[in-house]
Design a protein. Structure first.
Length: 417
């Protein structure tokens, strides 16, 4: 894992992903690591790259750390200079390579990752400007995106903070995906600021997810809801990964579809939130295990390894393809479960998933993960990067795993002593 992170993934993005001409990050690379396709810059991946170079600098010292700082710093400058809307506030959804606005919408998803990245940048490098913009963005979400009647946040919002149209534009929908990542961002924001309002909103986001978006008895998350949190069939939505991906399956009838990868990711992100809050939540602790157990029972491939993409609650798997982000996030989720509960089933799932990731997802010659595989591990979409795929899932997953493996090694040394 150390070799994969430090000798493959970080060098891959450091050597290719920095836009030396205009600033910010380039994301589109084919299976051979060669540039392809468009160069438009999306808020979600510009901020994820900024977060990645900031966070991964924690593993480095001296010149190597300074290099990662420079990669992050230029990304921050591009973000503030070209994505920030000086008229209405908030960050645009998409700009050209040069930084000219293309889509001025204010998606809660994108604003969330801006908060996440800016807070992480502040934590790593102490830049108060980054924290200032993270707090400004948080404040704008409270003013314009918070649904004070039903709870949670409206997710699809236009340039002037007016809700988007219904249906495909999803002004009438809420989702676990966006609210989970908002919780993730609030965790880092509170860690950076220490402010009570950020703590309170983090707690509220956890309560909302657990109350409305997760089946706590069985241990899985639902996908999409109306604004009052009634479950509704999941559809592909404008300005989302599912709508723009190269291959698509639309599961539009059941209301209890679930993403196994999201469930495992939610388990460890909740645990991280509890850790940052420094408070026990005994009523929710069992759910962290149930999310892992459900994924192993219904969404894990014990024959070939790896986690499937989608299924229906506690019934059958619907999509047996394997995507990079679910499998990388599952590495963290299963290992975190083993660290906390010493359950060998989680250790086995972690090891099986790592073997599948290492041998099938990772293109070691090029240095990054393929995007999508079939059940047996054959490549369906071999791209190393795209407008939605950068260093975030791969780099973060291996970093989080190394942290936990180090902890396990320390425990073993203490036992030996």
């Amino acid at each position: 894992m150390e070799k994969t992170l430090f000798e493959k993934i970080i060098p891959f993005w450091a050597s290719r992903g920095i836009d030396q001409e205009y600033g910010g990050y380039l994301l589109n690379f084919d299976e051979n690591g060669k540039p392809y396709g468009g160069t438009d810059k999306y808020l979600v991946t510009q901020t994820r790259m900024l977060w990645g170079f900031s966070h991964l600098s924690r593993w480095k010292q001296g010149a190597e750390k300074d290099s990662l700082y420079q990669h992050a710093r230029q990304g921050l400058q591009f973000l503030l200079n070209h994505f920030w809307d000086s008229r209405f506030g908030g960050f645009y959804w998409k700009v050209s390579r040069q930084g000219d606005p293309i889509d001025k919408a204010k998606l809660t998803y994108g604003e969330t990752f801006a908060i996440y990245a800016l807070s992480e940048y502040y934590l790593r490098f102490g830049d108060k400007t980054a924290l200032e913009y993270a707090e400004k963005t948080f404040d704008l979400l409270q003013i314009y995106a918070a649904d004070t009647l039903n709870g949670g946040y409206y997710e699809n919002i236009e340039e002037n903070w007016e809700r988007s149209k219904d249906g495909f534009y999803a002004g009438d929908r809420k989702s676990l995906d966006i609210h989970m990542h908002l919780m993730e961002a609030l965790t880092t924001l509170y860690q950076a600021s220490g402010k009570e309002i950020h703590r309170r909103k983090l707690i509220e986001s956890i309560e909302l997810i657990m109350r409305h978006m997760v089946n706590q008895d069985i241990g899985y998350g639902y996908n999409q809801f109306d604004v009052s949190f009634h479950k509704i069939p999941a559809i592909n939505i404008y300005r989302t990964w599912n709508a723009e991906r190269e291959t698509n399956e639309e599961i539009s009838v059941p209301v209890d579809t679930t993403s196994y990868g999201h469930n495992v990711e939610l388990s460890w992100l909740l645990d991280r939130a509890f850790e940052v809050l420094r408070q026990e939540t005994p009523e929710y602790r069992p759910v962290l295990r149930k999310l892992l157990d459900h994924s192993l029972q219904y969404g894990y491939d014990f024959e070939y390894g790896g986690i499937y993409r989608d299924g229906i609650a506690d019934k059958e798997v619907l999509v047996k393809d394997k995507e990079w982000w679910q499998n990388f996030e599952s590495l963290v989720g299963y290992l975190n479960g083993y660290v906390k509960y010493q359950d060998e089933a989680y250790a086995e799932a972690f090891e099986r998933t790592w073997v599948f990731v290492r041998d099938n997802f990772m293109n070691m010659e090029v240095g990054e993960s393929r995007q999508l595989l079939d059940r047996q591990g054959e490549s369906i979409v071999g791209n190393m990067g795209n407008a939605w795929k950068g260093i975030y899932h791969t780099g973060r997953a291996l970093s989080e795993c190394l942290e936990r493996l180090t902890l396990l090694n320390t425990r073993e040394d203490e036992v030996d002593d």
